[in-house]
Design a protein around this ligand. Structure first.
Ligand SMILES: *[C@@H]1O[C@H](CO)[C@@H](O)[C@H](O)[C@H]1NC(C)=O
Ligand SMILES: *[C@@H]1O[C@H](CO)[C@@H](O)[C@H](O)[C@H]1NC(C)=O
Length: 415
């Protein structure tokens, strides 16, 4: 993990991509917030306060950029990234190191943010801008990698051949991980932190699914970097022809213009819906692909699903020998606190929800899960997801996102 922090620091220096710098700052802020909570729990108040100060610095930098609509200068962003990297490095020296801890914290941070409206307001403002505004004149990593891909027909051919023929991609004795993302650097952090912490990286296979726009760049990146010998395969979801509006309810619902208005203009609710729920990112097919894992990987029996914002800090091989007791989903429970029960995520005024789901059932994090695909197929879990997604056509069961439908879909199927 410490290597990763420093590595990506160099990458930032070199590649001068403003989008990746804002992302980097955002990622660092998320991680730093997690460490603030852990530091406080460990009674290290001095360090928690140092981290908080640096979080404020980075946030002010980002919101100033958003407000003045000028790109970050390299000098100020580099200073902020480096100062934060040093603190994060220090946090690791305190051995705040457990992947599951981070997962649990992710959910808790969200709650803390909801309670602190000021912070939420500020972060949604710059978050929105950071996600959308990519100054075009500046150099872009994605463009460079894409160009590289098209200049190297031999590399293209080899990569595409491997997708067809590499036996490792279907070998159920190996450790299969999947990530669905359009963010190369974030995905890269997940792949490298997983391989770095693995005792047998040669047994690891990463299945990445991205979109058309990022396909070439992601292939180039993972061909040019070796990541300790793990196998990496990249697909694009546009190639999955079964993923179409006649089969997939969210795609069908997207075609509904009412839904489009709701997401893109937000005008029909007088602006009451928080801005982040109107971000088109929440519509991304890549986000919903997690409900189709057995169909994306028809030959596999067991897969670990990772979100692209997970930082892995231990060997995950153990996840593949966990006994799921005949269940489909092995997940990290997030219910030490009452606010992570089902009632937090779902509309319990709705009779369908009330009659099917215990409001005090434990929530879990969708972001690091072991899925037993044999059982998933047998019980048609994707069908269950379709059922609930269709019931939610008027958005009264839950608003948006993938965790609420996940909680419904895997109810009673999670270990
Ligand atoms: C849509 O998906 C279904 C199955 O998921 C498939 O049978 C059908 O051929 C697909 N339609 C198109 C136009 O590809
Ligand atoms: C919750 O469900 C009830 C009953 O269907 C509905 O009237 C209400 O509008 C829903 N709440 C939200 C926030 O959608």
């Amino acid at each position: 993990m410490q290597d990763i922090t420093l590595e990506s620091l160099n990458a930032t220096d070199e590649m001068v991509n403003p989008d990746s710098i804002t992302r980097k700052l955002n990622d660092q802020i998320q991680l730093a917030k997690a460490f603030v909570v852990i530091a406080k729990e460990n009674n290290n108040l001095q360090f928690a306060s140092e981290l908080s100060t640096q979080i404020d610095n980075s946030q002010i930098l980002l919101s100033n950029t958003a407000l003045t609509r000028s790109p970050l200068t390299l000098r100020e962003s580099n200073t902020a990234v480096k100062d934060m990297a040093l603190l994060l490095f220090q946090a690791q020296q305190y051995h705040y190191d457990s992947a599951t801890m981070i997962m649990r914290l992710k959910a808790r941070i969200q709650d803390l943010e909801e309670q602190t409206s000021l912070v939420t307001d500020r972060s949604s403002k710059y978050g929105q801008i950071a996600a959308e505004e990519v100054p075009k004149s500046l150099f872009c990593l994605g463009v460079r990698l894409t160009t590289e891909w098209f200049q190297q027909p031999k590399m293209q051919q080899k990569v595409l051949e491997n997708t067809q023929t590499d036996p490792k991609l279907k070998d159920n004795d190996l450790y299969h991980f999947c990530i669905f993302s359009d963010n190369i650097l974030a995905t890269s952090v997940v792949v490298s932190s997983t391989s770095l912490n693995s005792k047998s990286p040669d047994r690891i296979v990463f299945h990445l699914v991205t979109d058309e726009v990022n396909f070439a760049a992601m292939n180039t990146w993972f061909t040019m970097n070796s990541f300790h010998g793990v196998t990496v395969n990249v697909q694009k979801f546009e190639d999955l022809t079964w993923l179409n509006a006649s089969y997939v309810p969210v795609l069908k619902q997207l075609q509904d213009s009412d839904t489009k208005n709701y997401y893109f203009s937000g005008s029909n609710d007088g602006g009451k819906t928080p801005i982040k729920f109107r971000n088109p990112k929440y519509l991304s097919m890549l986000n919903h692909l997690r409900f189709y894992i057995p169909e994306v990987f028809p030959d596999l029996k067991k897969v670990v699903f990772l979100d692209d914002d997970v930082v892995v800090q231990k060997d995950l091989a153990g996840l593949f020998t966990v006994d799921l007791n005949g269940n489909v989903n092995g997940a990290v429970e997030t219910c030490m606190e009452t606010f992570h029960r089902y009632h937090k995520y779902l509309n319990y005024s709705h009779p369908l929800i009330r009659s099917h789901f215990d409001p005090d059932a434990c929530g879990w994090a969708f972001g690091m899960n072991v899925f037993y695909l044999v059982e998933w197929r047998k019980r048609d879990v994707t069908g269950i997801y379709h059922y609930w997604q269709e019931k939610n056509i008027d958005r009264t069961l839950w608003k948006l996102g993938t965790l609420p439908p996940g909680l419904l879909t895997f109810y009673g199927l999670t270990d």
